[in-house]
Design a protein around this ligand. Structure first.
Ligand code: MD3
Ligand code: FE
Length: 215
């Protein structure tokens, strides 16, 4: 057995990160093509856009949503809304493929009966980043957040319960799925500046789906 084999288990396996947080390496690899087609379909109805933070900054990450609620930000704050402010219509329905994948990942991580009511879709281009933050706009912190990475690789920053806790760095590759529940649900986290590159499926982008039980 060569070292390639010794490390192979880390390419596809469960990697515990913190209490209640796991990365499922390659969990969605068989599905990335279909997931990307679903993202394009969602974006044809609720386009990606760069939103403004309450502090007046333009987010370098472009976003859209599907499901009953969508996460938005503007000068008035961060919140979930049932209507897309760009179209004045409901967000596109959550594709059944999205829901099934999120539930399968949550089950695997010990969170049965996960019923997300929002899927936030983030789109990163080279140079885009997501600063350290907490996801705390949801009503129910007992439910986990499930995240799915597609396209270009990124470095995930995973901190602690306090903003100043030192963040650890983890690579996230296309097809990786992470589940965040329990103690890690309110930990600070972010994504380092995306490097350039071309992915065979998504071209110059990284996409991330986050499934949330909003209310
Ligand atoms: C850890 N997205 O949309 S996903 C976000 O890759 C967000 O686009 C990142 O953070 C991305 O809010 C990271 C991984 C993730 C998501 C939620 C978490 C990690 C988390 C909630 C608590 C702790
Ligand atoms: Fe987040």
């Amino acid at each position: 057995m060569g070292t390639g084999d010794l490390f192979a288990e880390f390419d596809q396996g469960i990697m515990p990160l913190a209490e209640g947080g796991v990365i499922l390496r390659g969990f969605a690899l068989d599905e990335v093509t279909g997931l990307f087609a679903d993202i394009l379909d969602i974006a044809s109805r609720s386009p990606f856009r760069h939103m403004t933070t309450p502090g007046g900054y333009r987010m370098s990450v472009a976003i859209t949503n599907c499901g009953d609620y969508g996460w938005i930000t503007d000068r008035r704050g961060y919140r979930y809304e049932a209507i897309d402010p760009a179209t004045s219509k409901s967000w596109p329905a959550m594709p059944s493929s999205f829901l099934a994948l999120a539930q399968r990942a949550a089950d695997m991580a010990g969170f049965p009966d996960f019923w997300p009511t929002c899927c936030l879709v983030n789109r990163y281009e080279p140079g885009a980043k997501l600063s350290l933050h907490q996801d705390k706009d949801e009503a129910d912190f007992a439910a986990p957040i499930v995240s799915v990475s597609l396209g270009l690789p990124a470095t995930f920053l995973f901190g602690g319960a306090r903003r100043n806790d030192k963040a650890r760095r983890f690579p996230l590759n296309s097809g990786d799925v992470a589940v965040w529940g329990g103690a890690s649900r309110l930990h600070f986290h972010g994504v380092d500046t995306l490097a350039g590159g071309t992915d065979s499926l998504t071209g110059p982008y990284r996409f991330n789906l986050t499934f949330r039980k909003v209310r």
